[in-house]
Design a binder for this molecule. Structure first.
Ligand SMILES: [Zn+2]
Length: 291
């Protein structure tokens, strides 16, 4: 599958999908509750979201498993349901988007690794390996490690997924803007992507980011595009920088503005262009016309 994925990525950009969390909340998921549980308790909602992205023209269906490690699920008392929730997630993606590549999604643990926090590196690795193996056995086509800010955590996830499965592993960091782009944990762009490449990711880049405008994503894209020639690059931006409205984050970028950004990323040679927080099937449908 690694060779097939690299072949697909070399033919020109594929269109990722857009936000899952934003869509679940639109359908009533409460902030702070476990979105992955909807893979079994509200299967039609998760399936419909995948179907809407597939109808928008997306090439990838990213599973609703962002927080489906044992470590993250334990905060909801669901630590023993990794296999069940990952299996259900892949099924929902296949049902809703039968012609798409299914990317088994792996997000951060939501806590810090030692020495900053209390999760030993090996425990993190074991949790990521368990999730990746469950996604593979359910039939995912690839693993997408995303929204990482800590290099060691990303390394744990990529090495675990590459070791526990035969699937290609892609990896993206979340950068914030400032005098220069850095992750929340202080990694610069080149430093971060080097960790991903050396850990064994076959395609690397960025997604999300706390405060980036669409102009920032274009500049970040220019930096990423210059690094590690020959390694396919991924960028899945938010729908612009969010503002807070009644305690909720609201993303305002229009589908047309996202389509212009996608066209720029295509020019820069990105192999996988999609959306993150705040992006909707409308955004992705507009981006399809540029990708
Ligand atoms: Zn995001």
């Amino acid at each position: 599958m690694t060779i097939r994925l690299l072949e697909i990525l070399s033919r020109g950009p594929i269109l990722g999908d857009g936000a899952m969390g934003t869509q679940l909340m639109l359908r009533g998921l409460r902030p702070g509750s476990c979105g992955e549980l909807w893979n079994v308790e509200r299967p039609e909602a998760v399936r419909d979201i995948h179907a809407l992205y597939a109808e928008a023209g997306c090439d990838v269906a990213t599973t609703n498993t962002f927080g489906a490690t044992r470590v993250a699920l334990s905060r909801h008392g669901l630590g023993d349901r990794v296999g069940e929730l990952c299996r259900a997630a892949v099924q929902r993606a296949r049902e809703g988007a039968p012609t798409c590549l299914v990317a088994g999604d792996i997000g951060p643990l939501g806590t810090f690794l030692e020495p900053l926090g209390d999760v030993p590196f090996e425990e993190a690795k074991a949790a990521f390996a368990e999730q990746a193996a469950a996604l593979e056995s359910a039939g995912a086509d690839l693993i997408l490690v995303e929204t990482m800010t800590d290099g060691e955590e990303l390394r744990a996830a990529v090495e675990a997924a590459a070791g526990a499965t035969g699937l290609p592993v892609c990896a993206t960091f979340a950068f914030d803007s400032g005098p220069e782009f850095r992750t929340m944990m202080g990694l610069g762009v080149e430093q971060a992507l080097r960790i991903a490449v050396e850990a064994g990711a076959v395609a690397v880049g960025a997604n999300c980011g706390a405060n980036l405008t669409l102009e920032d994503y274009a500049r970040l894209g220019e930096q990423i595009a210059r690094l590690f020639p020959g390694v396919p690059k991924i960028l899945q931006p938010n729908a612009g920088a969010p503002r807070t409205e009644e305690g909720r984050l609201v993303y305002d970028a229009s589908p047309e503005a996202m389509a212009r950004l996608a066209a720029r990323l295509k020019e820069l040679g990105f192999a996988w262009i999609g959306g993150c927080c705040g992006t909707t099937p409308d955004h992705l449908a507009a981006m399809r016309s540029s990708v």
